[in-house]
Write a new protein. Sequence first.
Length: 119
Amino acid sequence: MSFEVAKAAVRKTRQKPAHVADTREVRAAIAPIVARIGRWQIALTMAKAKASRANVDPLQLIGPCRGIAQEVASGRRVVQRAIPDRLRGHGRVLDVERALAMVELTANDALQALAGRSR
């Protein structure tokens, strides 16, 4: 009987498609903003709910709402600087920009509601 020793299988590696690297790059760039969007939405929802109560001083809620609006503007600048031009149309980038626009709209609505109550 003769035994043959099989050759070690050589694993062929293939290069990953470019979109995989692009997605990884986009995720890393927008991660800090994505992590904060949920907190901003919750804080604004709470502020709007508190503003609807009669016993709450609206001046105490205006500061946090303005702070969130400023953070959203800062987040937009971070996204614009962190994302290369070739990835500006990436789906995840567009989703984050839409989410930032919604948070900004909510912040402005809350500020207008609070400004109406403080008069």
